[in-house]
Design a protein around this ligand. Structure first.
Ligand code: HH2
Length: 278
C-alpha cells in the first residue's frame, strides 16, 4: 500500500485519487478560470469537492503556453482568501506555484501540498518545502511556459523525462524531503509535441516504475483537442475522461482534472474491474 504524506494528511493511494482544479486566473487555457472573484473561486472549490475531489488544486498563475509570469505578491493576494476558506474542509489543498515566496505563504496558510510545474528548481524552493511537512508534486517541463511550445526536442522523451524526475526526487531527498511526501508528473503539454505527449502516455508505466506515485494532468489539454478536433475546453470532457482512465491503467495514482464528477464515475468502473464490487 502506498501512502502520500502531505501536511496533516496521510493519503492512501490504493485507489486512484482525483485532484480537482480550481483556477484563480482569468486566462486559463481550459476556460474555467474565475479571475480574482473570491466568492466564485470558493463556490467552484465547493462544487469540485461535492463532485468528489480528493484534493483541491488552487492555481493563481496560468501556465498555458505563452502566458506571462504573475508577480509573487499578486499570486499570494489571489490565493490566501480562498485557501483560508477551504483549508478546513477536511480535504488536502494543493497550491500550484513555482515561486518559493508563494510556497512559503501557502504552507503557512495551511496548504498540504505544493504542486510545482518547475519541480522545485527555483533557488530556495527545496529549502522552503524541506522546512515544513507539505507534500510536493515534481513536474517535468522543458523550457518555461512563455516559450516551451516553440520547438520541443528530445532524443528519447520517455528516457529524458524519467531521468529528470529521478534527479529531482534525489535532490528532494538530499534536501531533507522524505520520499513519502513526493509525487512525480511527466508534465503533459509542457514543452512537448503531440508525439512526445502520446509517447509519454503510452509508456507512463515506465515513469511509474520509478517508485514514486505518479500524478497525471491531461484534462482538456490540446493533445486531446488535436485528435478529436474539439477546440473548446469543455467539449474536450469525454476525451479528458478517457485520458484519465488510460493514465490510471498505465499506473497513475492521482489524476488532475477539471471535470471531477465525470472522472469519478469513470474511475468507479475502473475500480470495480480492478478490485471487484464487494
Ligand atoms: N497542468 C496545468 C497546470 N498545472 N500541474 C501538474 N502537476 N500537472 C499538470 O499537468 C498541470 C499542472 C495546466 O492546466 P490548467 O491549470 O487548467 O491551466 P492554466 O495553467 O492555463 O491555468
Amino acid at each position: 500500500m502506498t501512502t502520500l504524506y502531505c501536511g496533516p494528511y496521510a493519503l492512501t493511494l490504493d485507489r486512484p485519487l482525483i485532484m480537482g482544479v480550481v483556477n484563480l486566473t482569468s486566462d486559463s487555457f481550459s476556460g474555467d478560470g474565475v479571475g480574482s472573484d473570491v466568492r466564485a473561486a470558493i463556490a467552484h472549490a465547493e462544487a469540485q469537492r461535492a463532485a468528489g475531489a480528493d484534493i483541491l488544486d488552487l492555481g493563481a498563475e496560468s501556465s498555458r503556453p505563452g502566458a506571462p509570469p504573475a508577480r509573487a505578491e499578486e499570486e499570494i493576494r489571489r490565493l490566501l482568501p480562498v485557501l483560508g476558506a477551504v483549508r478546513d474542509w477536511g480535504v488536502p489543498v494543493s497550491v500550484d506555484t513555482t515561486k518559493p515566496k508563494v510556497m512559503r505563504a501557502a504552507i503557512d496558510a495551511g496548504a498540504a501540498l505544493i504542486n510545482d510545474i518547475a519541480a522545485l528548481r527555483a533557488p530556495g524552493a527545496l529549502e522552503v518545502v524541506a522546512r515544513g511537512e507539505a507534500g510536493v508534486c515534481l513536474m517535468h517541463m522543458q523550457g518555461e511556459p512563455r516559450t516551451m511550445q516553440d520547438a520541443p526536442q528530445y532524443d528519447d522523451v520517455v528516457a529524458e523525462v524519467h531521468a529528470f524526475l529521478v534527479g529531482r526526487v534525489l535532490a528532494c531527498v538530499a534536501a531533507g524531503i522524505a520520499q513519502s511526501r513526493l509525487l512525480i508528473d511527466p508534465g503533459f503539454g509542457f514543452g512537448k509535441t503531440l508525439q512526445h505527449n502520446y509517447a509519454l502516455l503510452r509508456e507512463l508505466d515506465r515513469i511509474a516504475q520509478i517508485g514514486v506515485p505518479v500524478l497525471a494532468g491531461l484534462s482538456r489539454k490540446s493533445m486531446l483537442g488535436a485528435v478529436t478536433g474539439r477546440e473548446n475546453g469543455l467539449a474536450r470532457m469525454p476525451a479528458s475522461v478517457a485520458a484519465a482512465v488510460l493514465a490510471v491503467e498505465r499506473g497513475a495514482r492521482i489524476v488532475r482534472v477539471h471535470d471531477v464528477a465525470a472522472t469519478r464515475d469513470a474511475l468507479a468502473v475502473w475500480n470495480a474491474m480492478e478490485r471487484g464490487t464487494e
